[in-house]
Ligand binder design. Sequence first.
Ligand code: PLP
Length: 289
Amino acid sequence: MTETNQFLSEVISMSICYLNGSYVPLREACLPVTDLAIQRGIGVFDSLRTYGRRPFALTPHLERFFASAEQVHMAPPLGMDELRRIIREGISRMDGDGEVLVRPYLTGGDENRNGTFPSPRLFVLFEPVRRFDDRCYQEGVTLLPLPQPRPHPSVKTIDYLAPSVAKGGRAEFFEALYCPDGEITEAASSSVFLAIEGVLVTAPLSRVLSSITRQVVLTLAREAGFSVEERTPRLEELRLAQECFLASSMKEVMPVVRIGNTLVGNGRPGPVARHLHRLFLQNVERWLE
Ligand SMILES: *Cc1c(COP(=O)(O)O)cnc(C)c1O
């Protein structure tokens, strides 16, 4: 076994899955091959984590999960309060006191009735949080610009084929960045901010997924006195930007130092991203449920 496989295997052995009314070791959780998630890539999910074993922004994540399901015409087999209870119990069932990554999924199920999915399957993964390499934060990461939009930007779908194909094994690219018509919208699984002459710029919710971390960063930035513009910046504006960073539940605030061949600012992580990341960590408590 390679070192990565060994690590992955340990993470899997510590993980559990809620499926069909019970919690099972992740290795024992299976979907039938008839499920449309497997056959057609049809499914939605959400992703959140704990701090001090308490879920961060659980309600906004649940609301987004149910909104994703509704937009793709899937009726979840349970309500929001029931899922909240399942998530709390799953967290408490994880061994040890490490932080937990929680991912509820709703898959297409076996039947596609004219674009509606009358019997979707629900499961929830509970896994140990895996931290990103410290170097991502110390040195910043590089994004791979893609010329197309993310399909159905208001839905968190399980379909990550386009960014994955574009990366094609090139380890220098941390994540793909959707830039339809030269506009910077969002990354494959993160929202994106530019800092241009002291103004924070990020795409509006009409163009991107309603990232919970994006909302938290906007709140903290406004409180700290930053000017904020919710508009879609153009790739040409990178020349004027001092900084760029990603925001997501798992990355928190992560500096971006290069997009394709273009260096951002001086090519080093900057004070705005560092400050906002510190504010995020200092204020985590406010969003714990
Ligand atoms: C999950 C995801 C995000 C980040 O959302 P958070 O709620 O902040 O974790 C951003 N963009 C896309 C496309 C995503 O899939």
